[in-house]
Write a protein that binds this ligand. Structure first.
Ligand code: ARG
Length: 594
């Protein structure tokens, strides 16, 4: 993806080669904090001064001269002006100001969809609730973050495969199957999921007090895992029911996941014995850097560094096992994930695999990635765990209902939509009932998503309807309102397309807005690097703020002469387009009026 920053970096690298004889030097380019110092600054001179044992200002001067020469050469070759000004400041910062032509070109680089020469096949593992329970707030972040990741990757031109690795195989099914089969009905067809959840709670309670029921539930898990047809039939019904519910919540949330994306834990069950047997055979006791050994009846993977030290340690300092089979023969989460990763890389040929789960699973994924790499399954494959913090209540503890239970996601979404609807109606405008509904949906769901994505991903955050639905500040309603406002200006102007109209740059407010637009592509690259989705939120918030300033300072609809009016309207249209695009990449729908 082309960016202005990358073009500047290239010029600076060339300047280093010319002026200092350095190959492949790093430009260390940043956006200037104060616009008085230009648009971008190069911070390389200070580091180079140490390396070359020269005065940093002298180095900066040499680079400045070379940059200006290179810019002249560009012009002579007819390549279009890029740098209008290049100044040295402080100990050796090189401040760069872009030309009007470059700024306008930066905006033209924003495409509705990128096309990569070599798109990568990326599998994104996200949402993945443990089913047979209602979706609760703990599933929110993985679903929202993973979905934004899929949208961004798709936009950048990658081939994205979504993968919903639902927990459909755990002990909860033993309890449920035992309960249902004890009652002889053998069917869950008539119960809705809240029934199922009540069933689960009742069966749990019974298991607490009734040793024989516990025994039957355990036996049901074994029967299930061994493929007993009667148990499987009941299990299948429970799974289908749960998935119906889960996909209703997804529809409400507006995420990309489809039923076809479900590849649950159960899918890997038949593959598990072979995975363990292969590992056991190829990595016998004493093998380095990985060995698979039986330890108190359990099958364990141990991994070592080149010095022979265990790579993972228990708190006491002993080697930490990655357990792939328990002493009773049962397989674990780790075993399933090994089978799954092997399939994703070896059979599905993924070149990049991304897992979105809460930060408490970080150690699991480090052990998974390391063992899979040592097994030789992930050569040339990029593996990423994208962890996140928890959603907290106003009391700074994990969000629960008043009675201390997990908050059902469906209730949370409904509440957000209800509150958003009240906000819209209060304004008492001429909206149709349909329109109010669409606005309430967009604002309510958008607010929940945006409040999540605009946080530093690794931090916990406090869930607050009041904050996320506020019309002021870094919130979805503020951004959606900015968008709707621009759309209303364009409706009044009676024109939306401004192809060939040059964006205005005379007023400082215009120039700031155009510069911010021109930074869209490079912002996306920063976002993708480490999945810092909050940077895209910050970008859009700043964009909206700069638009509001522009609209305060510059007359648009009544601007004179016509040429200025058209240029300003074109700027409005571009801003709206980028806002919609950016929000869309976060999974947030815009509305035309609000
Ligand atoms: N079901 C798991 C949980 O709720 C998350 C699964 C994440 N994906 C994976 N391949 N392990 O914690």
């Amino acid at each position: 993806m082309l960016t202005l920053a990358a073009q500047l970096e290239e010029i600076i690298t060339q300047a280093m080669e010319r002026a200092l004889g350095l190959q492949g030097g790093e430009a260390l380019l940043t956006v200037t904090k104060d616009e008085k110092h230009g648009d971008y600054q190069c911070n390389a001179a200070m580091g180079l001064a140490k390396k070359l044992q020269q005065n940093p200002r002298q180095i900066a001067q040499k680079l400045q001269e070379a940059v200006l020469t290179l810019e002249r050469e560009r012009l002579e070759k007819g390549e279009g002006a890029l740098i209008a000004d290049c100044q040295i400041a402080g100990p050796g910062f090189i401040n760069l100001t872009l030309t009007p032509a470059a700024l306008r070109r930066g905006v033209e680089l924003i495409a509705p969809q990128q096309h990569l020469e070599r798109p990568q096949k990326v599998i994104v593992d996200y949402s993945c609730p443990n089913i047979a329970k209602q979706m609760h707030v703990g599933h929110l972040r993985s679903t929202i973050i993973g979905d934004a990741i899929c949208r961004l990757l798709g936009y950048l031109g990658h081939e994205v495969q979504r993968d919903n690795h639902v927990g459909d195989w755990g002990t909860q099914f033993g309890l449920l199957c035992a309960w249902i089969m004890d009652r002889g009905s053998g069917s869950v067809a008539d119960s809705d999921l809240s029934d199922l959840e009540a069933l689960y709670r009742q069966s749990q309670a019974l298991a607490q007090e009734d040793e024989r029921f516990r025994e039957r539930a355990r036996a049901r898990v074994v029967a299930l895992h061994q493929g007993d047809p009667a148990t499987l039939a009941v299990w299948r019904q429970i799974v289908d029911k749960s998935l119906d519910h889960i996909y209703q919540v997804y529809a409400q949330l507006g995420v990309l996941l489809t039923r076809e994306d479900v590849v649950g834990e159960s899918f890997y069950n038949p593959l598990l014995p072979q995975v363990v047997a292969d590992l056991e055979e190829r990595f016998p006791q004493g093998n380095r850097p990985m060995e698979v050994v039986e330890n108190q009846g359990a099958m364990c993977i141990f991994m070592y560094d080149p010095q022979g030290e265990p790579l993972f340690k228990t708190p006491e300092g002993g080697p930490l096992p990655f357990i792939i089979r328990k002493s009773d023969g049962a397989y674990l989460y780790a075993t399933t994930d090994l089978a799954c990763l092997r399939r994703r890389t070896q059979d599905l040929r993924a070149q990049w695999v991304i897992y979105t789960t809460d930060a408490r699973q970080s150690l699991h994924f480090r052990m998974l990635f390391t063992s899979a790499a040592m097994a030789g399954w992930t050569e040339g494959v990029k593996l990423e765990h994208v962890p996140f913090g928890s959603v907290l209540g106003e009391d700074n503890k994990p969000l629960k209902t008043r009675s201390g239970e997990n908050v059902h996601l469906a209730d949370l979404l409904a509440e957000a939509i209800k509150l958003a609807r009240q906000n819209v109606q209060v304004e008492g405008r001429d909206f149709s009932a349909e329109e109010i509904e669409a606005i309430a949906q967009a604002v309510g769901i958008g607010a929940i998503k945006y409040a999540d994505l605009s946080q530093n991903r690794l931090s916990d955050y406090v869930f607050s309807f009041e904050k996320m639905l506020a019309m002021e500040g870094n919130t979805a309603p503020y951004l959606l309102y900015a968008y709707a406002r621009i759309r209303s200006i364009l409706r009044k102007a009676g024109q939306e397309e401004f192809t060939g109209v040059e964006l205005p740059l005379d007023d400082p407010a215009e120039r700031r807005l155009v510069l911010q637009l021109a930074r869209f592509n490079e912002t996306l690259l920063q976002v993708v690097d480490g999945w810092r989705l909050n940077l895209l939120c910050d970008y859009l918030y700043r964009l909206s703020g700069l638009f509001m300033k522009f609209y305060e300072n510059c007359t648009v609809l009544n601007a004179q002469p016509e040429q200025v009016r058209r240029a300003r309207l074109a700027l409005c249209a571009q801003t709206a387009r980028v806002l919609k695009l950016g929000l869309g990449l976060l999974g947030i729908k815009t509305v035309e009026r609000m």
